[in-house]
Design a protein around this ligand. Structure first.
Ligand code: GDP
Ligand code: MG
Length: 213
């Protein structure tokens, strides 16, 4: 797992700054864009336009660090159960989203997880399973226990959310941050020579170009 510090801005005051790329994965219409929009803009729209592959940024000023999130959203490629490998590249965390009102989307989330497991070692990426649309309680097809159990067997973070009613959206991102920071601490106490180090600007530019694919 990478500790990403931007050269020259790695220290703000006495706290480190970490940059983390988070990717959103899951079937069409489970609410990936809505979760990102709720988290970054604290708002909900019934119809969010799909505008190419794009990312939102969000900065968190925490007691121990400044955290800059790059939250990557898909551009509809999830329809074909495939997103380009550049989308995943250098991701530090993934939100694996399903819709609690659709069992099928949990099945699909399991396939996305298999894909992630092929691309990353377990300690390279923090994965959170997210059961979205809890406001649709009457239409629920996946119990909380089912999601929880699956997450537990796979060692994933787990929360149910509603982008619409703003339920636990912040919490899931906070849980990801806490886990990423915990891993940073762990890594700092046992430094690995192979650990990825600093991010350079040409790399971030290359990532932005991916958006136009
Ligand atoms: P994406 O394809 O995964 O990015 O899904 P979108 O964010 O575009 O959402 C798909 C549809 O589900 C839209 O009509 C949203 O308004 C709706 N939606 C998203 N999140 C929620 C939620 O938490 N509750 C409900 N009831 N609808 C949601
Ligand atoms: Mg979307």
């Amino acid at each position: 797992m990478a500790q990403k510090t931007v050269p020259g801005t790695s220290l703000e005051g006495s706290r480190p700054t970490y940059m983390y790329k988070v990717v959103l994965l899951g079937s069409m219409s489970v609410g990936k864009s809505s979760l990102a929009y709720r988290y970054v803009r604290n708002d909900f729209r019934e119809f969010l336009p799909t505008v190419g592959c794009s990312f939102f940024t969000q900065t968190l000023e925490l007691e121990e660090a400044t955290v800059k999130f790059e939250i990557w959203d898909t551009a509809g490629q999830e329809k074909y159960q495939s997103v380009c490998h550049l989308y995943y590249r250098d991701a530090h965390a993934a939100l694996l989203v399903y819709d609690i009102a659709s069992k099928e989307t949990l099945k699909r989330a399991k396939l996305w997880l298999e894909d992630l497991e092929k691309k990353f070692l377990p300690d390279e990426i923090v994965i959170a399973l997210v059961g979205n649309k809890t406001d649709l309680a009457a239409e629920r097809e996946v119990t909380t226990e089912e999601g929880e159990e699956f997450a537990q067997t796979k060692g994933l973070l787990f929360l149910e959310t509603s982008a619409k009613s703003n339920y636990q959206v912040n919490d899931i991102f906070m849980a990801i941050v806490q886990e990423l920071l915990r891993r940073e601490k762990e890594k700092a106490s046992a430094p690995s020579p192979q650990g990825r180090s600093t991010v350079n600007l040409s790399e971030s530019r290359a990532r932005k170009r991916c958006c136009q694919l």
